[in-house]
Design a binder for this molecule. Structure first.
Ligand SMILES: [Zn+2]
Length: 142
């Protein structure tokens, strides 16, 4: 783990709703990174009470769609030389490729290895996606 306050280069995903930090961590497969990763749970936030934070050293190439699918209200800060050089507000992607896995065991995207999963946003408020291959509804909240 790295110091909460110090990150020379990398990404800080801030203002994650409490409980969702671990989901982002898992969906981004951050346990497989060689770089330093910090997952901070229930940090005190002046604006929203508690929040989760994810810090990733060096790796500036994470899948932002995966973050926004889990928590579109999170903010992503890109850090260079200990300074925030870019702040990104997230938006739910209309189409999500290769992130979510279809839960339908007979879906062609789960049975055929070379087919990338593809989901289409059908309800922004409820964060619901529909599989482009079998119409299976994926509820991100679950
Ligand atoms: Zn499917």
């Amino acid at each position: 783990m790295i110091e909460i306050t110090s990150l020379k280069n990398g990404i800080v995903i801030d203002h994650i709703k409490p409980g969702l930090g671990i989901k982002i961590f898992n969906l981004l497969n951050l346990d497989q990174l060689d770089d330093e990763v910090a997952l901070i749970l229930n940090a005190n936030s002046s604006s929203q009470g508690k929040k989760d934070i994810v810090k990733i050293a060096n790796n500036l190439d994470i899948n932002l769609d995966a973050v926004s699918i889990i928590d579109p209200s999170a903010t992503v800060n890109f850090i260079e030389e200990e300074k925030v050089v870019e702040k990104k507000q997230l938006e739910l992607p209309e189409v999500s490729k290769g992130i979510l896995k279809c839960q339908n065991p007979t879906c062609v995207s789960t049975t055929e290895r070379n087919i990338e999963s593809k989901f289409i946003l059908i309800d922004k408020k409820e964060k619901m996606y529909k599989c482009a291959y079998c119409d299976h509804i994926y509820d991100v909240e679950e």
